[in-house]
Write a protein that binds this ligand. Sequence first.
Ligand SMILES: [Zn+2]
Length: 149
Amino acid sequence: MMFTSHMQIALTEARAAAARGEVPVGAALIDPSGRLVAADGNRTRERSDPTAHAEVLVIRAACAALKTERLPGFSLYVTLEPCPACAAIIAAARIARLYYGAADPKSGGIAQGPRIFTHPQCHHIPEVYDDIAAPEAQALLKTFFAARR
Ligand SMILES: [Zn+2]
C-alpha cells in the first residue's frame, strides 16, 4: 500500500484555527483502513478550555463516534509536536502512529522536554514520524504570533 500523508488536512485545520484567533495547530485522525474519521484545530479560546487542543478534540470525536476509549491501528497527524498532556492522551488511546510537523521547543513533549514516550510509566508507545510538512506548519505559527505582537 502506498503511503498517503494526511498532513494537508491537518494544515487546513490549522489555518481554520488561526482564522478563529486560535493558536494554529490542526490534527487529523485516520482509521486503520485509511479513512479520515476526525479533523479539527485548536479551540481553547472558543471553548474556554485549556484541554481543547487539536489532538484531544479529534481523539474525543473518534472515540465518541466509535464508542470506544482506544483507537488501536489509528494514525494521528498533527501540525505541531504534541504537548506532554496530549502525548499522554495519545498513549492512553493506543494510537498506532503519530505524524507531526514542526518541533515545539517551548511546549513539546515528544522529542524534547518531558519526552513522554520514553518514560517507563508510558504503557503504549506509538511509532513517531516527525518533520512532516514542518516548514508549512512552522510558517503558520510564525505568521500568527508575529501578528499578535
Ligand atoms: Zn496538547
